[in-house]
Write a new protein. Structure first.
Length: 301
């Protein structure tokens, strides 16, 4: 009876946690979308990844695991790809390419799912692969709208999402080696933050920001916008970090395929929030994509 209860519990975790992650990352990405264009993308990137450290530090209260050299190396390696992804993705958010960049989100989940199937050799039910196909197809229908320009910015977004996909590989090995996600995740996040901070030359950004605020005409208005946008960026970062904590718990539970598939619904949930919050009109193609993604999720559940 006890073993049966554990199996039910693990199955519950594999289903419930990815949905929690999906909800958290939907809110986080919606906040980022709301401040994009009003705030420097470089500062947003550094703020989001830095604020994401907060929930990871809090999560350490629940994890007494000891650090070893192997976990340290894997965590730092993972953080390199995390930071690289942030650097490239935020550099890709230029003007009309914002919508096109969203298409590349699926690449991250395809890499994660492939990694879990072919490297970690996770055993999945016969319904998982059809569900994954439905979800990825639906996400593509949601994001492939309007003008789709293959340019250097879109390529940067694609490489960023590939880098984020690779990020989970050494992180997964670190988590599985000690059966705990908290310490590897914190090491990776701090490592990624340092890399991002160095790349974006935060001191130069601060000087640029200070010069703008010193403008006598726009000083008060700009200061208000910056303070509000910075606060939202911090909140988005905390939520992003919390999402990573729950996602990594899913990894330690041994259900990375399910987690990757369910989180791949993100473009569909962003389309829904865009319609409800930002009053964006959904096309028939996007509605069909949302339906396919939800259908895939129902197959997994």
């Amino acid at each position: 009876m006890y073993i049966f209860t554990l199996k039910i519990s693990a199955k519950m975790i594999s289903i419930v946690l990815p949905f929690i992650v999906l909800a958290i990352w939907t809110v986080s990405n919606s906040l980022i979308k709301g401040i994009s264009g009003r705030f420097d993308s470089d500062i947003i990137a550094v703020t989001v990844i830095g604020a994401g450290i907060i929930p990871m530090i809090i999560s350490l209260l629940y994890d007494p695991s000891r650090l070893n050299s192997n976990v340290l190396f894997l965590g730092i390696s993972s953080g390199f790809f995390l930071g690289l992804g942030y650097i490239l993705f935020y550099k890709s958010l230029k003007d009309e390419n914002l919508g096109s960049a969203g298409v590349t989100i699926n690449m991250q989940q395809v890499i994660i799912i492939s990694f879990s199937l072919f490297v970690l050799k996770e055993k999945v039910s016969s319904l998982i692969l059809p569900a994954v196909i439905l979800i990825i197809t639906g996400s593509l229908l949601v994001t492939l709208q309007g003008k789709f320009k293959v340019n250097k910015y879109l390529m940067l977004a694609a490489i960023a999402n590939i880098s984020w996909g690779i990020y989970y590989m050494p992180l997964s090995f670190a988590i599985l080696s000690i059966r705990s996600s908290y310490i590897p995740l914190l090491i990776a996040r701090i490592s990624g933050f340092i890399i991002t901070l160095i790349a974006f030359e935060s001191m130069l950004m601060y000087k640029k920001l200070k010069l703008r605020k010193n403008n006598s005409i726009y000083n008060k208005k700009y200061k208000s916008i910056v303070s509000y946008s910075f606060g939202l960026a911090v909140l988005a970062g905390v939520l992003d970090g919390a999402g990573n904590v729950f996602y990594s718990i899913s990894i330690s539970s041994g259900f990375l395929v399910i987690a990757g598939a369910l989180v791949a619904i993100l473009p569909a949930t962003l389309a829904i929030t865009g319609s409800l919050i930002f009053k964006e009109k959904l096309s028939l193609k996007q509605i069909a994509g949302v339906i396919l993604s939800i259908s895939g999720a129902l197959l997994i559940v």
